[in-house]
Write a protein that binds this ligand. Structure first.
Ligand code: GUN
Length: 291
């Protein structure tokens, strides 16, 4: 069994991005600027946004965070998006999800100028991705594709089973892995909460991707001998074992599944660091697209 070291690959790609940013700055071109909009007090969202901000700085990009209280009005948020759409100093921005219930995620998404949508969630970008037109790819699927590529994991003709159909991971990943590209050309099955005989389906997967957000859900009996297992889960649970008081749990029971598969991503240190790399690559792309 081989560990897919997302932390290491992320470091390599971040070094490549940092070089490109340094060249921009040497040529008197402004460094890429990413803005994150953060609403409310969700601890996990604060941590994710802080990690994104730090990642930007580590590669020489500029980053800003716009923080709003839980009860910000939808109008104020949409007006802020309008402002950022028109701010030439900002190359790309994200609105961290989840949003409070009184704010429509759909309206927020549609308000973002698709040319600054470095999350790749805008309907135009989703449509472009579906058609195979070059655009911003959602960060987590983008990061997973990069991992498969760097580890030279054969995907052509393989059975790929994805558990989870979110617009952030499962759904776009199914599109990327079934395209006529490399990585790609998989025969993809998406499973979800209404799927029957789940273990029967997952145990036929050459590549199994767990993106359902249920800690330790995938057990060894659900996995084919020699499969590649990608664990997208990052559930933060209170813990006395760590300084922060929280511990991250993946969707896969690593100890038992790792004995059976040929490749596996750990949590932490697998997909998580690659998600941030996906966002950095998109922000760099947005900056290169400046008029
Ligand atoms: N919440 C969980 N993942 C993401 C992500 O990739 N982007 C945003 N904006 N919110 C998230």
């Amino acid at each position: 069994m081989k560990i897919i070291d997302g932390k290491l690959v992320a470091q390599e790609i971040r070094a490549e991005i940092a070089k490109e940013v340094a060249v921009m700055i040497d040529n008197d071109i402004k460094a890429p600027h990413l803005v994150a909009i953060l609403v409310g007090d969700d601890g996990a969202s604060h941590t994710y946004v802080e990690n994104k901000r730090k990642a930007c700085e580590s590669v020489g990009m500029t980053s800003s965070v716009y923080k709003f209280s839980e009860n910000v009005s939808e109008k104020e948020l949409l007006d802020t998006i309008d402002f950022l759409n028109n701010d030439n100093d900002v190359d790309g921005f994200i609105v961290q999800e989840p949003l409070p219930k009184h704010i429509s995620s759909e309206k927020v998404l549609e308000k973002i100028d698709y040319r600054k949508d470095v999350d790749g969630f805008h309907p135009i970008n989703v449509g472009k991705m579906m058609l195979g037109i070059d655009t911003f790819l959602p960060a987590t699927p983008f990061g997973i594709v990069k991992l498969l590529e760097r580890y030279k994991i054969e995907t052509e003709g393989k059975n790929c089973v994805i558990i989870g159909r979110s617009h952030i991971v499962g759904s776009p990943l199914s599109m990327l892995l079934s395209r006529n590209t490399n990585p790609g050309n998989c025969t993809v099955t998406i499973c979800h909460s209404k799927t029957k005989n789940l273990a029967e389906i997952t145990s036929k997967a050459d590549i199994l991707i767990a993106a359902l957000g249920k800690p330790q859900f995938v057990t060894a009996d659900m996995v084919k001998e020699g499969a590649t297992v990608i664990d997208v889960g990052t559930t933060r649970l209170p813990s006395t074992e760590t300084k922060s008081g929280f511990k991250l749990f993946g969707d896969v029971k690593f100890d038992e599944v790792s004995k059976k598969c040929s490749y596996i991503t750990p949590v932490p240190g697998g997909v998580g660091p690659m998600t941030i790399v996906g966002l950095l690559l998109n922000t760099l792309k947005a900056a290169k697209n400046r008029k």
